[in-house]
Design a protein. Structure first.
Length: 98
């Protein structure tokens, strides 16, 4: 989750940086984005790709988190079953000793 937040913040910062420093005096930013300035089109493509990659990392992190939660739940179930069996074994030993 932390990685997702950091990736989002980085994407926003890159976008704002491109908008602020990509402007030229007397030009329209929307014209630049559409290709009025060839360099800006590549810059915005790169930003979009970075955002897409960040989104994929977020989705992958969420999937891994869900898998880890399932593994932890299964492990807790196994531990409780093992404790139950251990308790039965202890009772059996005590019954034999009596």
């Amino acid at each position: 989750m932390f990685e997702a937040i950091i990736s989002f913040i980085i994407g926003v910062c890159i976008t704002l940086f491109a908008i602020v420093f990509g402007r030229k005096s007397g030009t329209n930013t929307s014209t630049e984005i559409r290709g009025g300035n060839p360099g800006n089109g590549k810059l915005f493509d790169k930003i979009r790709e970075e955002q897409r990659a960040a989104k994929e990392r977020i989705e992958n992190s969420e999937r891994v988190l869900e898998q880890n939660e399932r593994v932890i739940s299964d492990a807790k179930d196994r531990i409780s079953k093992a404790r139950e069996i251990l308790g039965r074994i202890k009772q059996g030993i005590q019954n034999v000793d009596d």
